[in-house]
Write a protein that binds this ligand. Sequence first.
Ligand SMILES: [Fe+2]
Length: 509
Amino acid sequence: MKLSRRHFLKSATAVGAVASMPLALPVGAKSAKSAESTIVNYKSFFNKALANDPRLIGFSDVNHDFSLKSMVIEGKLPEQLQGSLLRNGPAKLERGDIRYRHLFEGDGMIQQFRFIDGKVLHRGRFVQTQKYREEQKAQRFLYSGPDTKIDDSLSVVNNDTVNTANTNIIPVGDELWALWEAGSPTRIDKQTLGYKELVELGAGSRYGDKLKGLPFSAHPKIDSNGDIFNFGLHSSGHIAVYHLKANGLMKNVALINANYRGGMMHDFLITERHVLLVLPSLTQAPMTSGYFEKIQFDKNLPMRVLVLDKNTLSEIKSYELPPGFVFHFGNAWLEKNGTICFDASLYQDADVLHKLSKIMTGQEHQESRAKLVFVSLKTNGQVEINNADITSEFPRILPHLTGHKNQHLYHLSAKENALWSDSVSRVDVTTGKQESYNYGSDYLVEEHVPIAIKGGEKGAFVMGTALHVPSKRTCLNVFEADNLAAGPIARAWLPYHLPLGFHGNFVAS
Ligand SMILES: [Fe+2]
């Protein structure tokens, strides 16, 4: 069934009007005293669970930056790799007796793995946001998080008051942007990894300060010409869609009145001509206190796909998919016959969101896995979904193919490990053939990033981190993309472990 056309608000005036609406914040304003923070000690629950399951060290608190360390190399690093793998993820999870209830609440930390002169140098720095600096000084949490209520918490003026900049990091011009999804990007110094300031999305453009503080997701897409596309889900049910120049200057913004009440939309897609907004089958339970806790799967709600024209950012058509939930997509492209194709790591429900809370609070949790699916949106309105029947998360493609047909999709799978991923795989999207390297159940495997050296797939590498549980160390692994199953050609070890993170990118130098 087709949805009716949406009303589009595209003028700067209209954008400003919505941007200045009072936000129904995902975090509470000044909170009353909460039973949760005073009675339930999640820190002790987590520590008890950790004593029984050493894999949980990936979710342990970090209380310091990691100073520059030369990693111990096994194998031989390819000389062509010059630059840094930069990653981001939540790392400050506890202060005093308080432990955050959801992994997404933790303050972000940037990990840098710099390839230079046959060595890999690592350092890790907390993103020194306003919130982080204030709480570091006070040596306690001062603000309630989306799910964790803090006694006598300070007022949250807007989402950026509690912006943890904890999900992704991308290069923009000569800078780095650390990304959250409910507020502004955070400008990071490329040399020092130091915090600079929040990015004002409209600054220097015709939008001026009208976009200040609008949500900007952690999964922007970089087009072939370097332009940046992104979206932000607003609590009003509108979706802001952004088109920026490669240097971060805003070119065009649209506000789509999607009337979406699911509270979470994490990723999106572009083709040569389109922006695709996929709205998962989520709803929010009114009687529940935590923001993430409140998000529920609605098994009767189809997923909606809104197809926008990439040049005008106006909606041109929409599709309905069966009920489902997706954190991440790999890529989309347009076939010659007009069919739009994309892949998704598709969950049958939203249990994975709540599993991340159970892990944080030391509770028992069920396995919750996404399966790789390929979706075709046909010009006659029909939808075809092919399930590859492979567990899949953190899908990535070679960056230059974004929006164009990719032959291969790189992603993580889980063969033995029910807590996190344990394998990295490459799937041929035409034949479905999969090649995998299984790290084994002793490893918690994080996102792996394909890197094109000569602008093509030939000679490409795949790079990613993994936490070796028995020795409590993190390693960085480099594979030849064409020979993934043979295992890493080089592995660089730290003498300690890093917290499990989310996303990152290789920035060549
Ligand atoms: Fe993500």
